[in-house]
Design a protein around this ligand. Structure first.
Ligand code: IVH
Length: 680
């Protein structure tokens, strides 16, 4: 008897934990509004796992612990869709969309009325059918040919946004929910990053990654893939009522625990559909997932029924597609481009092809590793992808179409522009031209960078013009820009008197700038806008930067040893010093900046960290000290105020002792941080 009541108690505990976990799952995965921290969620799940381990007889298929995957299958079994899974007709422009609307109006004889449409992003993933009986997920199936799909229940169970059981009690007894399983962009990047690090084959795009993840016979692999499910319609429905409009059905699905798309909207009339399409096109790149179009559906179920279906698609819905982002074309040649810092990048010359809304004839091949990974040869048929504003990429090679005369891609031994030897720096995948400013390509890129918007912002001096000016010998470095004369400019292509005068004015205007812009414009390797700003904040003027030593530079937030080396190298070159002097003589000027001397408690104190630390790592210790105003440098000198020495400290400790510098251990550091409110 006692055992029975004990078991009952455990059952209740398990039920309560499952309810809580389901609820938090819903808040997190369906609504994106978590209410408890991840650790608390993990704690609940762990408690449930422990109880289920002790009582395996109480484990049910809808328990949230069952998302980790189960024993591999030999084969997927087949599933018949009682309500066929149809596809959608496509529209590729406004006219085709208007024709779709016209067909509906004609069929419904409602000339002067406007149709109410539901607008939804068309998710680029895999269609899924989820069958719930009595609110419990009993089957997940792919679309297949629309009538027969594959049973992938084990796999869909592992996806956190697929409810294992429905919420509330108003759902129909039998409910088939349809939607898309997709991989968000961030998850896809991460998955490929890991694959790259492990030298594994990369996925071509999020859709392929989602498809590959769902096709696994071993659901434990699927469980590790970042997949999401979003509901967009229903199939079989028995033993219950649904709302009478599409949008309201989606809201009902949301209430039962499904994720629905946040961008869905109800609009009146086809013109509003066009507006919606435009608005979402602009937002497309910022979305967390790939979409390949917008789906417009007649919102009223009654009208949907009247309209019915034609062949395999409903008359009441259409997918307005974005231009394809992937296309097939031929790699005709590979050229090597020299960048501002001498990096030589292989660029694919392609048979021009229309993709992602523009004609593409070049794609980057990044570096030797990328070429090896793709296994690409000149003459190959390749698939290229242009998504958003991203530069076109070659994603794969169609090896079956390789011609007999395909040739391997040879890397140059000499710079293709200045013929200086090419160097392969250890630890870098890139190869570089060693020519520096002897190399016209590097000079051109340096000038383009100097005049660019975020640097000196010279309006009207585009890339083509810079190239002409260098090629015609008018300019050899950025300092020559300010000596340009009207008569030199007007002979350039597409240059009239007016534009020449405008350019001279823009050059004059650019002379008054900020120190951060000027430093960025110099094009020192690894010095981006943020680093330039950081340098200015800490050093205040250019002289201080030009004279700064290793320690001073490294004590600045975000400035590590690599960028320090490049900064020192840059300013130690006489040609660079001469160029800066010339620019200043020509009138380039900026106000100096007051160095931020915050009233921080450790301002003016300089620390060195050595040996191994335990409670916090060196980076953390450095960040905490810097946050309190201290500087943290790499080596001990007379300027060092204090050495923090952990176990295994070596030469720095010896030197600090010799110089009579204060030495503290980690415990004392933690105590010191504590007195300033930083509790470890
Ligand atoms: S409705 C009868 N809505 O697009 C209507 N489909 O050919 C059936 N898709 O592979 C589909 N997002 O998986 C619909 N919001 C959405 C969708 C969507 C993506 C996919 C669907 C199918 C294809 C339609």
């Amino acid at each position: 008897m006692l055992d029975r009541s004990k078991l009952l108690l455990v059952e209740q505990q398990i039920q309560k934990l499952r309810d809580d976990i389901h609820h938090h799952n819903y808040l997190y995965y369906a609504l994106d509004t978590p209410q408890i921290p991840d650790v608390e969620y993990d704690r609940l799940l762990c408690a449930l796992q422990t109880l289920e381990k002790e009582h395996p007889e109480l484990v049910t298929a809808d328990s949230p612990t069952q998302r980790v995957g189960s024993q591999p299958l030999d084969v997927f079994s087949q599933v018949t869709h009682i309500v066929p899974m149809l596809s959608l007709d496509n529209a590729f422009n406004d006219n085709e969309l208007y024709e779709f609307n016209r067909r509906i109006i004609d069929r419904l004889h409602i000339e002067d009325q406007q149709i109410e449409y539901a607008c939804e992003p068309k998710l680029d993933g895999i269609a899924i059918s989820l069958l719930y009986r009595g609110g419990i997920l009993v089957q997940g199936a792919t679309r297949g040919d629309g009538t027969t799909g594959e049973d992938i229940t084990q796999n869909v169970r592992t996806i956190p946004s697929v409810p294992l059981r429905l919420q509330g009690d108003s759902y129909p007894l039998i409910l088939e929910v349809r939607g898309e399983i997709y991989m968000p962009k961030a998850g896809f990047q991460q998955l490929n990053e890991t694959a790259r690090n492990n030298n594994e084959k990369l996925f071509v795009n999020p859709r392929n990654a989602a498809a590959g993840s769902l096709r696994q016979l071993d659901s434990r692999i699927t469980a590790q893939r970042p997949l999401e499910m979003c509901a967009y319609s229903v199939g079989q429905v028995e033993g219950g009522e649904l709302p009478d409009s599409h949008i309201d059905i989606l809201y009902a699905l949301s209430g039962w625990g499904f994720r629905i798309n946040k961008e869905i909207a109800k609009v009146i009339g086809i013109h509003s559909c066009c507006d919606y399409f435009k608005k979402l096109s602009e937002k497309r790149d910022a979305l967390a997932y790939d979409i390949d179009g917008i789906v417009f559906k007649v919102n009223s179920l009654h009208l949907q029924q009247t309209l019915g279906f034609i062949s395999r698609a409903p008359r009441w819905a259409i997918a307005m597609k974005f231009p394809a982002q992937e296309e097939i074309t031929q790699l005709q040649d590979v050229e090597f481009q020299v960048g501002r810092t001498g990096v030589i990048t292989p660029v694919a010359r392609l048979q021009p092809v229309f993709v992602g809304g523009v004609t593409v004839s070049n794609a980057t091949l990044h570096n030797r590793d990328e070429i090896e990974r793709l296994g690409v040869m000149v003459g190959d048929t390749v698939i290229i992808r242009r998504a958003g504003d991203v530069i076109p990429q070659i994603v794969s090679v169609v090896e079956a179409k390789r011609p007999d005369n395909a040739t391997p891609i040879e890397f140059p031994q000499q710079c293709p522009v200045c013929a200086s030897p090419v160097v392969h720096i250890e630890g870098e995948t890139a190869i570089r031209c060693s020519g520096g400013l002897v190399c016209v390509a590097q000079v051109k890129e340096a000038i383009k960078h100097y005049v660019s918007r975020k640097a000196m912002d010279v309006d009207g001096l585009g890339e083509k013009l810079v190239e002409q000016l260098v090629d015609s010998g008018c300019i050899q470095s950025v300092a020559d820009l300010y000596d340009l004369k009207q008569e030199q400019l007007i002979v350039m292509e597409r240059m009239g008197e007016k534009s020449a005068a405008n350019l001279l004015r823009a050059l004059e205007r650019s002379k008054t700038t900020t120190l951060a812009r000027f430093i960025y414009a110099l094009g020192i390797r690894e010095v981006g806008e943020a680093t330039a700003r950081s340098l200015v904040q800490h050093l205040g003027n250019l002289e201080a930067l030009m004279q700064a030593d290793n320690e001073t530079l490294q004590s600045i937030n975000d400035v590590g040893p690599v960028v320090t080396k490049f900064i020192i190298e840059f300013f130690s070159q006489e040609s660079n010093q001469g160029m800066i002097q010339r620019l200043r003589d020509q009138g380039v000027n900026w106000p100096d900046v007051e160095v931020q001397k915050a009233d921080l408690p450790l301002a003016g104190v300089s620390y060195v960290l050595t040996g191994s630390l335990d409670a916090l790592n060196r980076d953390q210790a450095k960040q905490y000290l810097q946050a309190l105003g201290a500087t943290v440098t790499a080596s001990v000198s007379k300027k060092t105020s204090c050495l923090v020495a952990g176990p295994k400290a070596g030469s720095k400790l010896v030197k600090a002792e010799q110089l009579g510098i204060d030495i503290i251990n980690e415990e004392q550091l933690v105590e010191l941080l504590g007195t300033h409110g930083v509790n470890i």
